[in-house]
Ligand binder design. Structure first.
Ligand SMILES: Nc1ncnc2c1ncn2[C@@H]1O[C@H](COP(=O)(O)OP(=O)(O)OP(=O)(O)O)[C@@H](O)[C@H]1O
Length: 264
C-alpha cells in the first residue's frame, strides 16, 4: 500500500461529524447544488470557496436547515438527519453565523450569548415573575468565553454597540460555539473587517479548532482561507470541483480550479 492509499483508507475510517451525500437543490430552472458531497471531520477547519453563484451559500444553507435539499442525504455523527429549519440543525449542535451578524447591539455581551436561551431566577421569581438570572448568565458567559479561549471580550457587561467590529464578530462566533455546539459554520466572518480585526477572528477560528470544535468557513479571501483552513472544498457551477489542502495546492491553483481553468 502506498502512503497515499494508506492516507485515503485512514481518512475513510474516521467518522465525519457532518456528512453530506449527493445534495441537489434547484430553484425553478436554476441548479444551486448539483450532487454535492461534503465531509467535516472532528477538529478541522474546512473552507468552502467558489466564484459568485457557485453554490456556497446554498450548500451551507442545506447543511444548517435554512434550505431543504430536493434530494440527498445528511448525517450527523453517522446518524441520518432531515433538517426542515435552522432549529433542527441547532438541536444537533450545528450553529451558523451569517454575514449580517445576528447580534443585538443594545444588549451586553452576556445577554447576546444567551439570546434565545435566557435563564430565569430559580423559584417563583423566575417561574412566576419571569425575572432573568442576569448574574448567573454573566458568570456562565465568562466561563464559556474562557473555555473557548476568547480573550478579546474581557467585560461581558459591555453593550455590543460599544465593541469593535472584530469583537462583535467574536460575540457572534462565541454565541455559535458556546453551550455544547458540535459544528460552527461561519459565512464570510472577515468580510467587513480590517487587517487586525480579521487576524483576531482567524485566531479565534484556530482556537475553536484546537479545542476540538470543527469549523466550516465560507470566504472569498484566499489568504485567509489558506492561512486557517485544513482542507478546502472548491465549489464550481453547483458541484464540488475538488477538495484540496493548503499543502497540496497553491492559491493560484485554487483560483484556477474555481474558475475552471484547471482541474484538481
Ligand atoms: N432563493 C433562490 N432563488 C433562486 N435562485 C437562487 C436562490 N438561491 C440561490 N439561487 C441561485 O443558485 C445558484 C447558487 O447560489 P449561491 O447563493 O449558493 O452561490 P454562492 O456561491 O453563495 O454565491 P455568492 O458568492 O455570490 O454569494 C445561483 O445561480 C443563484 O442565483
Amino acid at each position: 500500500m502506498t502512503m497515499t492509499e494508506f492516507e485515503a483508507s485512514h481518512t475513510e475510517t474516521r467518522e465525519p461529524i457532518l456528512k453530506a451525500r449527493n445534495l441537489v437543490k434547484t430553484f425553478g430552472r436554476v441548479v444551486g447544488l448539483d450532487g454535492v458531497n461534503l465531509d467535516l471531520y472532528p477538529g478541522e477547519v474546512l473552507a468552502i470557496i467558489g466564484d459568485n453563484g457557485a453554490g456556497k451559500s446554498t450548500l451551507i444553507k442545506c447543511l444548517t436547515g435554512a434550505e431543504v435539499p430536493d434530494t440527498g442525504e445528511l448525517f450527523v455523527s453517522g446518524q441520518q438527519v432531515h433538517f426542515k429549519r435552522p432549529q433542527d440543525a441547532r438541536v444537533h449542535g450545528i450553529e451558523t453565523v451569517y454575514q449580517n451578524l445576528a447580534v443585538s447591539p443594545a444588549l451586553d455581551v452576556a445577554s447576546n450569548l444567551f439570546l434565545g436561551r435566557e435563564e430565569r431566577l430559580p423559584g417563583p421569581l423566575g417561574s412566576l415573575f419571569r425575572i432573568l438570572d442576569t448574574k448567573g448568565m454573566r458568570r456562565k458567559a465568562k466561563e464559556e468565553l474562557t473555555r473557548l479561549g476568547i480573550s478579546t471580550l474581557q467585560d461581558v457587561t459591555v453593550p455590543v454597540e460599544n465593541l469593535s467590529g472584530g469583537q462583535r464578530q467574536a460575540v457572534a462566533v462565541a454565541r455559535a460555539a458556546a453551550f455544547g455546539s458540535k459544528v460552527v459554520v461561519l459565512d464570510e466572518p472577515t468580510a467587513a473587517l480590517g487587517v487586525r480585526e480579521s487576524n483576531q477572528v482567524l485566531q479565534l477560528v484556530r482556537d475553536l479548532r484546537d479545542r476540538g470544535l470543527p469549523v466550516i468557513l465560507i470566504s472569498h479571501n484566499m489568504p485567509h482561507v489558506f492561512d486557517v483552513a485544513d482542507r478546502i472544498h472548491i465549489q464550481r457551477l453547483g458541484k464540488c470541483a475538488a477538495t484540496i489542502t493548503p499543502q497540496s495546492h497553491t492559491m493560484t491553483d485554487a483560483v484556477a480550479i474555481m474558475t475552471g481553468a484547471a482541474k484538481a
